[in-house]
Design a protein around this ligand. Structure first.
Ligand SMILES: Cc1cc2nc3c(=O)[nH]c(=O)nc-3n(C[C@H](O)[C@H](O)[C@H](O)COP(=O)(O)OP(=O)(O)OC[C@H]3O[C@@H](n4cnc5c(N)ncnc54)[C@H](O)[C@@H]3O)c2cc1C
Ligand SMILES: NC(=O)c1ccc[n+]([C@@H]2O[C@H](COP(=O)([O-])OP(=O)(O)OC[C@H]3O[C@@H](n4cnc5c(N)ncnc54)[C@H](OP(=O)(O)O)[C@@H]3O)[C@@H](O)[C@H]2O)c1
Length: 391
């Protein structure tokens, strides 16, 4: 090669991010709660199409969803627009109003900017809302907004006149939602699996659905482009497969997702340490997500123990933290062997309750005072022997 020859072309992995998302496609969707009429949770397999998108167990997929077209129509009807009006969407592109409301604007959650504009337009008839916007009414405002969306305010004040551009101008941009990735590239190349709970509820006489969980569970099909990118799971990582480090994974509900990725990865990399999975859902017969997979992992040694908690199969609630307490002696032994403890799922109720149960286990089986047990957990968190991914 002569000195002025061009260097060989660098092979750089494509970079996908918020500004340059991968456009993926749905390959398969399976209901994980077949026969259960109390909740709907889906397993999704997304085809990454040789895109080069990479991720590690513990990462999440950020997904750009579309709003429900029926809700968009309701909003347009309430505003008295056809949807063909040209507007500038939050992404700064000019497009028809219907498209902007479907693909670009957050049209459900209500914020102060929207309410201030409404009060300005309505005047005295919106005095109750003006009151809620005062700094001292923060809690009352939050109570009022629980279960109310933009459509509710448009329907309450049907005489308010909006300009299409003005309306779009006060809406926030439709943001991504994150989902813990439920597969490992080592086991499922070119695929990204998710475990998605449909958010669905009724309020103010309307049936409502979460924007992204509704889109992923109900409206998406194999032809729908899925703009997405990976967000790293800060510290939610498996130990090196060659290390004899036990792992304890506690993941009720959709909290199971990253642990499915962990277990696929552990099997593919023949990880050495022991593994114990805690799972909880409402009913064993209809909501035991991925049961056959855990059984296969138990049979081939990828998993050593599975402990389940079914909350609605008996009169009293049984949750994962009750199982943590019940198996406290063994858990304490695993912790003594250097186990890493992982917790994933609901942040509001489950995670603090599991923390309390762990404190109890450490106090009882470790012979520690409440303060010493709290310090022990703090140290586990600092040493990254207790890792949480809660939402
Ligand atoms: C790191 C991370 C990982 C995650 N992983 C997963 C995962 O693996 N699987 C999964 O399913 N989710 C996961 N989530 C949650 C997910 O990102 C979304 O928040 C969830 O799917 C809801 O989004 P949505 O667009 O469907 O609902 P949204 O349109 O955002 O609506 C949710 C809002 O609806 C309102 N609401 C909900 N229920 C009621 C009710 N009963 N009454 C009145 N109002 C109500 C609340 O204001 C709530 O904030 C994760 C979140 C994070 C941060
Ligand atoms: N509003 C909706 O339609 C909707 C739908 C899906 C998810 N979500 C929210 O999304 C998050 C995750 O939901 P998910 O479907 O993964 O599961 P989840 O709602 O957290 O439920 C999974 C299991 O955890 C149990 N649970 C409830 N409270 C608990 C606690 N304090 N400690 C331990 N376990 C507890 C549930 O029991 P019980 O339910 O029997 O109490 C169920 O058996 C939650 O914040 C949930 O509120 C909302």
């Amino acid at each position: 090669m002569t000195s002025n020859a061009a260097p060989p072309a660098a092979t750089t992995a494509p970079v996908f991010n918020r500004r340059n998302p991968l456009i993926a496609r749905l390959a398969r969707r399976k209901l994980l709660t077949e026969g259960c009429d109390e909740k709907e949770t889906w397993h999704l397999e997304i085809d990454l199409q040789d895109s080069g998108l990479t991720f590690l167990p513990g990462d999440s997929l950020a997904v750009f969803a579309h709003n429900d077209p029926e809700l968009v129509t309701d909003v347009l009807d309430a505003l008295g627009f056809s949807g063909d009006e040209t507007v500038t969407a939050p992404n700064k592109e000019d497009m028809p109003l219907r498209q902007a409301l479907t693909e670009n604007c957050a049209i459900t959650a209500v914020d102060k900017k929207f309410l201030n504009k409404l009060v300005e337009k309505v005047g005295d008839d919106a005095a109750d809302i003006a009151q809620l916007l005062l700094p001292e009414s923060k809690a009352a405002l939050s109570d009022h907004l629980w279960g109310r969306e933009i459509i509710d305010f448009l329907l309450r004040f049907p005489d308010v006149k909006w300009e299409p551009r003005e309306f779009v101008g006060i809406l926030k941009k439709l943001n991504v939602r994150l989902y813990s990735i439920a597969s490992s590239l080592a086991a499922k190349p070119n695929q990204c699996h998710l475990t998605v709970a449909l958010v669905e509820y009724e309020s103010q006489g309307r049936r409502r659905q979460g924007v992204c969980s509704g889109w992923l569970s109900r409206r998406l099909d194999e032809d729908t482009p899925i703009p997405c990118f990976v967000t790293p799971g800060k510290g939610f990582r498996l130990p090196d497969p060659d290390q004899e480090v036990p792992v304890i994974m506690i993941g009720p509900g959709t909290g199971i997702a990253p642990f499915r990725a962990f277990l696929q990865h552990r099997q593919a990399t023949e990880a050495k340490g022991k593994a114990w999975l805690f799972f909880g859902e409402i009913h064993e017969d209809t909501c035991y997500f991925y049961q056959e997979e855990w059984e296969a992992y138990l049979a081939d040694g990828t998993l050593d123990r599975v402990t389940t908690a079914w909350s609605r199969d008996q009169a009293d609630k049984v949750y994962v933290q009750h199982k943590v307490t019940e198996h406290g002696a063994d858990l304490w032994q695993w912790i003594g062997q250097g186990a890493i403890l992982y917790l994933c799922g609901d942040a509001e109720r489950m995670a603090p309750d599991v923390d309390k149960a762990l404190l109890g286990v450490i106090a009882e089986h470790g012979g520690k005072s409440a303060e010493e047990a709290a310090a022990y957990i703090e140290q586990m968190l600092k040493d990254k022997r207790y890792r949480r991914d809660v939402y």
